[in-house]
Design a protein around this ligand. Structure first.
Ligand code: ZN
Length: 362
């Protein structure tokens, strides 16, 4: 989807935040009972870190039962074998054709005030968690949104990434949980949000097979920074503990903000943890080509999920020229070798500590 243009709101009224029912100590009640009561009183029920896995399960089960997803999952189909090495796949989502686009103004923002009263959410730290009303995947794969509680735009901060890493760690349980962030390249909503799905994306499967060539730039006890450039995949991989991943993500985002090739355009993907290490993929996007021309589909806004290997098409059939068109996906990438500053990353770096609050970096 395209980046929304700022639109003046005729009535610049900030919608009220969804009601968060007060959380009383109720040790004898199950989380299901607590959330059921919270959702009967308001839109959002508060949850603790250790409750996240169960709370997300309950969130999705509730919306399946109350019919929230309607026909949006009808006809979903996955087709494998695309891209130069056959590792990419297509997710056909024929009912995903009429997504409301949130503007910069909060008065039309579906993430500030979800328009369907049936929709309920979770409140966690300073965020809210909602089911994606227009999912890429069947409901058992739990396509959800982690949004800022207040209306603010897509931007990076180490505090945000710190919370996203925590969210993955507390929510994953024993199942895969991939998170991704479009930033301002391929986002359909202005309002700050990450997305999560219970799925292992093609890029992660490529890594698991040992089929992605990674070039190491920094290797320390806390983690490793590497890059890759292979077929339609290119970017950085930051793996390690929370401190290492947050610090290097901040450094890379600063470079991508000031580099004329990207001008702040990038996507992020958080793969499943491996051996206790977080694995953050950062894909630099070419500012001059955020919508690559994909053959008969024309110029298309693509985002993080595409860059991780799954092409989401709101159609019931794949265009005949789609395989050839996918070669143009590379037009929207900036391979790390094009960055003059990459060499400086090889020098030993003094990693800043994650700060409690950071100035937002787009
Ligand atoms: Zn909003």
């Amino acid at each position: 989807m395209s980046v929304p243009s700022p639109t003046a709101c005729p009535q610049a009224v900030v919608p009220p935040s969804p009601t968060v029912a007060p959380r009383q100590p109720t040790p004898s009640k199950s989380l299901a009972e607590i959330l059921s009561r919270a959702w009967s009183l308001g839109r959002v029920g508060a949850v603790l870190d250790r409750e996240l896995t169960t709370a997300v399960d309950l969130l999705m089960q509730t919306h399946v039962k109350n019919g929230f997803f309607g026909h949006y999952c009808d006809g979903m189909r996955r087709v494998q074998g695309f891209g130069a090495d056959g590792s990419m796949e297509v997710a056909l989502v024929p009912m995903r054709t009429q997504i409301p686009i949130a503007r910069e103004s909060s008065c039309q923002c579906p993430l500030c005030s979800p328009p369907n009263d049936v929709e309920k959410g979770l409140a966690w730290r300073g965020y809210q968690i909602w089911p994606n009303a227009f999912p890429y995947l069947p409901t058992d794969q739990q396509h959800i949104l982690l949004t800022s509680a207040g209306h603010r735009g897509q931007a990076f901060s180490t505090q945000l990434l710190n919370d996203v890493l925590d969210f993955q760690a507390f929510t994953a349980g024993s199942r895969p949980l991939t998170m991704f962030y479009n930033g301002t390249a391929g986002n359909s909503q202005y309002h700050l949000h990450w997305q999560a799905v219970r799925e292992t994306v093609p890029l992660e499967r490529l890594i698991a097979r040992g089929a992605l060539c990674l070039t190491s730039h920094v290797k320390e006890a806390d983690g490793e920074l590497s890059s890759f450039d292979q077929g339609s995949y290119a970017g950085f991989m930051v793996s390690g503990n929370k401190r290492f991943v947050c610090a290097w993500a901040r450094t890379l985002v600063q470079h991508l903000k000031s580099d004329p090739l990207t001008q702040g355009a990038y996507n992020m993907g958080l793969l499943s943890q491996q051996n206790g290490n977080f694995r953050l993929v950062i894909v630099p996007r070419r500012a001059a080509c955020l919508k690559p021309n994909l053959g008969s589909l024309g110029p298309r806004g693509v985002g993080a999920f595409n860059m991780l290997g799954t092409q989401v098409l709101p159609k019931d059939e794949i265009p005949a020229d789609f395989s050839d068109a996918l070669t143009h996906l590379r037009d929207t990438l900036v391979p790390p070798c094009e960055f003059a500053w990459l060499a400086t990353l090889k020098a030993p770096a003094k990693l800043p500590m994650c700060e409690a609050t950071q100035r937002a970096l787009v």
